[in-house]
Design a protein. Structure first.
Length: 77
C-alpha cells in the first residue's frame, strides 16, 4: 500500500507540530494518529493507497482510500 500526502496536508501537519511545540516526535505522533484506522483497514483489502489531505489533518474527514481495479477475469468466474 502506498501513502500519499498532499502538499496542503504537509503544510497543515507542520503547522500543527509548530503549534504544539513538538519536533520530529510530534510529526510522527500526528501521522500515527492520522493513520490509526488505516492500519486496521488496509491489510487484506483492495486498498492500493491512503491519501492524507489537509481536511484529514484538520479533523474534518478521514484519510481517503484508493482501491485497486478489480480484475476482469475474476468477474467471469
Amino acid at each position: 500500500c502506498e501513502l500519499k500526502v498532499t502538499p496542503d496536508a504537509l503544510k497543515a501537519i507542520a503547522r500543527k507540530a509548530l503549534s504544539q511545540r513538538t519536533g520530529a516526535r510530534g510529526l510522527r505522533a500526528i501521522l500515527e494518529d492520522l493513520l490509526l484506522q488505516s492500519r486496521y483497514e488496509v491489510p487484506g483489502s483492495d486498498i492500493s493507497s491512503v491519501v492524507i489531505t489537509e481536511d484529514a489533518v484538520l479533523g474534518r474527514e478521514q484519510p481517503e482510500y484508493q482501491y485497486r481495479p478489480r480484475s476482469s477475469s475474476a468477474s467471469r468466474l
